[in-house]
Ligand binder design. Structure first.
Ligand SMILES: *[C@@H]1O[C@H](CO)[C@@H](O)[C@H](O)[C@H]1NC(C)=O
Length: 493
């Protein structure tokens, strides 16, 4: 008897999950197909240019999830390349653009969201813990929206768009999230989730006739989808009670205080010089970020300048370019040196063939040693199987501009370079950030300065000992330094 009752539900559950996985499958298959094609395109490009795959995603990697005259919601394809899946495969990047006075229908997500207001101002209302919290948000703010909160929002500006970058961390299915609407938007999608319940359940649950329930939750006449325009008066009404949260009042670290928006750019930068500014909000300042094992940073690089070469010890950082048109990044990657060794090495071998042995072979041995180590590391991580012997590193590089997404995995040294057109600003979400550290390879705070004399004597070629000391000290600036264009005089020396 028991199983007879259960089985129809089981069948329904299977059918439902099949539907879901089918619709996801088509999305994913498309993603994967496009990804691998680009991967090949990018696979053999030279040291300059290149697509930067699988660490770089351009505008073409976003899909529209919702679109109307009054705004759109775009989601970046999944991080499902094998090199990324393990660290950030669960996360999604999304962009929300809302026109002046756009209103976004109440809904909840099965995901935590971390939002950064890139441009504009608005009101954001959260229904959670039996309460309504209404926040005024503005450019530079970071706000954490806990999974399951019912959220509605509006652009409160008359003429400026509201633009928000989000990192979405699904709580039920890794890398996949859904939006749930209680109130449908007329004949357009989305529909209300109430519509799938049976008449008798709905009538009993709401103590109301089905027709009336449908009239309330299903037949909105606007027909504009989930983003539409509010009147000025409605906007005024919505934003009347919004606040920045009573920062001064209650005990710090309380739940309420955690949710309120924090200005990432408004506070004193953690580091700054004439070449750039670095802002950060960590788990120490925001309990929710600590729980999510994340942090948020903003790196604002002055035009023509660059960041010192550095890597993170534990976090994988997902960067989204929020300002700038002509920057680029470079990263050293041991994993994708398969089809070739590092380009540099090939050049060197060629030169070697031309000029005979001598000093070159010493260098080569050192490089092979390095290569062997990275090869072992790859095999431990299970990437060794489909790779040929990998010796050395491959340069990953791509031009970047507003909207580009760059992933820097832990341990991978990298740099961002701003073009001459203007500043390059990058928002970044650190995943696995709680015990993270940044290690600077170059600059005034270079880790090389900590090598002791004995180790230096052993590690560097004997004939270059003094030169090594000079090189280690040559860059006086830290964190942000003059870029390649500004430093041309050094090359000329
Ligand atoms: C970056 O810095 C410039 C110059 O100070 C500033 O105008 C710009 O708003 C900053 N960008 C961001 C995203 O904070």
């Amino acid at each position: 008897m028991k199983s007879a009752v259960r089985s129809p539900w089981l069948v329904l559950a299977i059918v439902l999950s099949l539907c879901l996985s089918l619709s996801f499958a088509s999305w994913d298959a498309e993603d994967v197909g496009r990804g691998s094609r680009r991967w090949q395109e990018g696979g053999d490009e030279g040291r300059s240019g290149g697509s930067g795959r699988p660490y770089h995603f351009g505008q073409e990697s976003y899909r529209e999830w919702a679109k109307s005259r009054h705004g759109h919601f775009k989601v970046l394809e999944r991080f499902d390349h094998e090199l990324l899946r393990g660290s950030i495969g669960d996360y999604r990047v999304a962009y929300l653009d809302a026109a002046p006075r756009a209103f976004l229908q109440p809904s909840h997500h099965d995901a935590d969201e971390i939002a950064f207001v890139r441009e504009g101002e608005g009101v954001l209302v959260l229904l959670r813990n039996g309460k309504r919290e209404s926040f005024c948000i503005r450019e530079g703010d970071v706000i954490v929206i806990p999974a399951g909160s019912i959220v509605y929002s509006a652009n409160t500006h008359r003429s400026k768009w509201l633009r928000v970058v989000m990192l979405i961390n699904p709580v039920s299915t890794p890398g996949r999230f859904q939006e749930f609407f209680l109130i449908g938007s007329g004949d357009e999608r989305p529909q209300s989730f109430l519509s799938v319940f049976s008449d008798e359940v709905i009538q009993a649950a709401l103590n109301t006739r089905r027709e009336d329930v449908d009239r309330v939750f299903e037949s909105k006449s606007k027909g504009e989808g989930e983003i539409y325009e509010a009147s000025e008066e409605q906007i005024r009404e919505l934003s009347r009670s919004c606040s920045r949260g009573g920062r001064g009042g209650g005990g710090s670290g309380s739940e309420k205080e955690d949710i309120q928006p924090r200005s990432l750019t408004g506070e004193k930068p953690r580091y700054s010089n004439k070449h750039g500014r670095f802002h950060q909000i960590t788990g120490d300042q925001c309990h929710h970020l600590r729980k999510l094992d994340m942090d948020v940073t903003l790196v604002n690089i002055t035009r023509g300048s660059m960041t010192a070469l550095k890597y993170t010890t534990r976090s994988t950082r997902i960067y989204v370019v929020v300002e700038g048109r002509d920057g680029y990044f470079e990263m050293a990657c041991p994993h994708i040196s398969s089809s070739g060794r590092s380009e540099r090495r090939e050049h060197e071998q060629e030169r070697e063939r031309e000029h005979g042995q001598g000093r070159r072979s010493e260098e080569r041995e050192r490089e092979q040693g390095r290569g062997r180590r990275s090869e072992e590391r790859e095999q431990e991580q299970g990437h060794g199987r489909e790779q040929e012997k990998s010796r050395g590193y491959r340069q990953v590089r791509a031009q970047i501009k507003v909207g580009s997404v760059i992933v820097l995995p832990a341990g991978h040294p990298a740099t961002f370079v701003a073009g001459n057109d203007g500043n390059l600003a990058l928002l970044s979400f650190g995943v696995g950030a709680n015990n993270d550290e940044e290690v600077f390879v170059t600059g005034g705070n270079s880790v090389l300065k900590q090598l002791d004399e004995a180790a230096k004597a052993l590690a560097f070629p004997q004939q270059a000992r003094e030169l090594a000391d000079r090189v280690i000290r040559a860059q006086p600036e830290s964190v942000f330094v003059a870029g390649p264009q500004q430093q041309r005089r050094v090359a000329d020396m």
